[in-house]
Design a protein around this ligand. Structure first.
Ligand code: NDP
Length: 447
């Protein structure tokens, strides 16, 4: 079999075995495409069913999460944890609470996480979890009831040497707090290293809150520097207005950019002179409001209900909301308006057609598994602080994050060049992430 046939056979098996999971298929297909280049040069990576093993999670957990709402009625959600690959270290990856969550989405996120975590250079494996629970509109007590019930099952499967969840969409400091409290009571252990994203007085790390957004901007700045440009003076679009988006906007503006648009699922906000980050944080983090509230309270902003953020002219786009939010039509609009750099803050926000279009148009594109790795990298730094009972300063931690992001960019760039695909950071990130895990899997035998 030639390489194309080999990879196609593996992909067909993934399709058969994981029917009805389009996001997982999409994530696997993109990585397998890059691996053809590796297999052509290093055929031994196809030995011992290595790629087939990589596409099959080590363990998949699905569980019932019953809880009682404010009316005293019983609600039932479904919980997931996919422990995908622990070759490099304990499973590590966030928990997502969103009504769209299903097994296929958790598997796509877990699969991506393996390569992302490998790229950070830190000893962490890949996993992901969550629930189809919708936190929107719930009271604090309902959120707590849900988190406690979720942890009632999850606590059996996690631990600082086993699996260390963190936040993701719908899971922030509040939810991590409730889950940590439940874990502590259920296990009678204050095991700091079992969750990351904790509060600062009970084992959390400075910079973790900001890390994904800051890291995204550091990597973007490094990519622009590589092409003799910088964020200073650039117009930037950031989709979403959650954890990743907020701190990406803050860091981009600190580096001299003007954020000209941001969004949530109800529409987008267009700004002329940048975003008032403190006002946005107050609305989103304290009041748990909407971006339309921001537009009402700012003289400089206009809310476009159901509007598409990608219609706003810019130089740099940072999709930071959710998967497949940027399609081919959006990519065409961005290219026509002159966008030259796209960096993914979210996981797989660009469809494959959009990514191909960016490449064809010479738009430099950094995939999520490289560009948003700052969150998990800082989670691993939180684990290091927990293990040594230490807490580092903001500046020291941020400098570690900055260096990790610079290294990820360089590793992706150099690997792409080594395999004859200069400036293709998708190929570079996929191959660099893959080789480290694959070499370790060989060393550890067929298990
Ligand atoms: P949050 O829940 O804090 O924010 C998500 C934001 O995206 C909200 O503004 C939400 O708006 C918006 N959004 C969600 N779905 C849609 C949609 N269909 N259309 C438009 N906007 C939408 O999540 P995070 O910021 O933590 O995560 C965002 C992305 O970044 C996800 O893909 C996540 O996997 C990824 N990521 C997160 C990391 C982290 O450390 N938090 C680490 C690495 C990746 P609304 O409120 O209206 O739903």
């Amino acid at each position: 079999m030639n390489v194309d046939e080999q990879v196609s056979a593996i992909y067909q098996q993934v399709l058969r075995r994981n029917a009805g999971e389009p996001e997982f298929h999409q994530a696997v297909s993109e990585v397998l495409e890059s691996l053809k280049i590796v297999l052509a040069k290093n055929p031994h990576y196809a030995d011992n069913g290595l790629i087939e093993r990589l596409c099959e999670p080590e363990r998949q957990l699905i569980f019932r999460v019953p809880w009682i709402d404010r009316n005293g009625d019983v609600q039932i959600n479904r919980g997931f944890r996919v422990q995908f690959n622990s070759t490099l270290g304990p499973y590590k990856g966030g928990l997502r609470f969103h009504p769209s969550v299903n097994l296929g989405i958790i598997k796509f996120l877990g699969f991506e996480q393996i390569f992302k975590n490998s790229l950070t250079g830190l000893p962490i494996g890949g996993g992901k979890g969550g629930s189809d629970f919708d936190p929107k509109g719930k009271t604090d007590i309902e959120i707590m009831n849900f988190c406690q019930s979720f942890m009632m099952e999850l606590h059996r499967h996690i631990g600082e040497e086993r699996d260390v969840p963190a936040g993701d969409i719908g899971v922030g400091a509040r939810e991590i707090g409730y889950m940590f409290g439940a874990y502590r009571r259920l296990t009678n252990r204050h095991e700091s290293g079992v969750l990351t994203g904790k509060g600062l007085t009970w084992g959390g790390s400075l910079v973790r809150t900001e890390a994904t957004g800051y890291g995204l901007v550091y990597l973007t700045e490094e990519m622009m520097k590589n092409h003799n440009e910088s964020l200073n003076g650039a117009r930037v679009l950031v989709s979403g207005s959650g954890n990743v988006a907020t701190y990406a906007m803050q860091k981009a503006q600190n580096l001299g950019a003007t954020v000209v648009g941001f969004s949530d699922s109800s529409g987008c906000v267009r700004t002329k002179n940048g975003v008032d980050i403190e006002l946005l944080r107050e609305i989103k983090e304290v009041r748990r409001g909407r971006v339309s509230d921001y537009a009402k309270e700012s003289d400089d902003a206009e809310f476009i209900e159901n509007g598409c953020i990608w219609d706003i002219p810019a130089d740099v786009a940072l999709p930071s909301a959710t998967q497949n939010e940027l399609n081919l039509d959006h990519a065409k609009t961005l290219a026509a308006s002159g966008v030259k750099y796209v960096s993914e803050g979210a996981n797989m926000p660009s469809t494959p057609e959009a990514v191909h279009y960016f490449k064809d148009q010479g738009i430099f594109f950094a995939p999520g598994k490289a560009a948003n790795a700052g969150g998990v990298a800082t989670s691993a730094l939180e684990m290091q602080q927990n293990a040594s009972r230490d807490s580092w300063s903001f500046d020291y931690t941020e400098e570690r994050l900055r260096k990790i992001m610079t290294d990820i960019f360089k590793r992706s760039r150099d690997t792409a060049a080594e395999y004859g695909h200069e400036d293709d950071y998708v190929i570079g990130a996929n191959i660099a992430g893959f080789k480290k895990v694959a070499d370790a899997m060989f060393a550890q035998g067929v298990i």
